[in-house]
Write a protein that binds this ligand. Structure first.
Ligand code: ZN
Length: 152
């Protein structure tokens, strides 16, 4: 069974490649921008997730796939990396695999010239590393700019 966190991560990855979610009851499509903000999911993403969850994911699906978000949340499905492109892919745990990865209709994917979609969690780690490095950098430049620094 795929958890909500896995499905949110799955959607976030495909959103980064421009794949929208088709909403239930002809409520149109949803492609949040930005997807991440301050190392977490953006408000735009949360709004989209809310619109999906209005129907519990029923009749909402990622463009290019046939299973609904509700089905993915059921015990019969799991999220696993695609063998072709490493993107998260929803597959039924039992039965034949008749569900191609959404990458199958993206001619330009996988694309080694493009950075792989990232997760908010990695981003947060990256930002905290960056902040740490900046703090260290500031301390260093303060001690170096002391005018009375002895020569040799
Ligand atoms: Zn794929």
């Amino acid at each position: 069974m795929a958890s909500q966190a896995q499905i949110r991560n799955f959607l976030a990855h495909w959103f980064q490649l421009g794949k929208p979610v088709v909403l239930a009851e002809n409520r149109g499509q949803c492609l949040p921008e930005p997807i991440y903000q301050n190392g977490d999911y953006s408000k735009s993403f949360e709004d989209c997730w809310h619109r999906i969850m209005v129907t519990g994911g029923q009749d909402c699906y990622l463009e290019g796939t046939s299973q609904s978000i509700a089905a993915m949340l059921s015990p019969a499905w799991e999220v696993t990396p695609c063998a072709r492109c490493d993107m998260p892919l929803a597959i039924p745990i039992a039965g034949p695999m008749n569900y191609p990865c959404p990458c199958s209709d993206l001619m330009s994917w996988p694309n080694t010239d493009m950075p792989m979609p990232r997760t908010a969690v990695d981003n947060r780690q990256h930002l905290s590393d960056l902040r740490q490095r900046l703090t260290e950098g500031n301390e260093w430049s303060t001690s170096e700019s002391t005018e009375s620094y002895p020569n040799g």
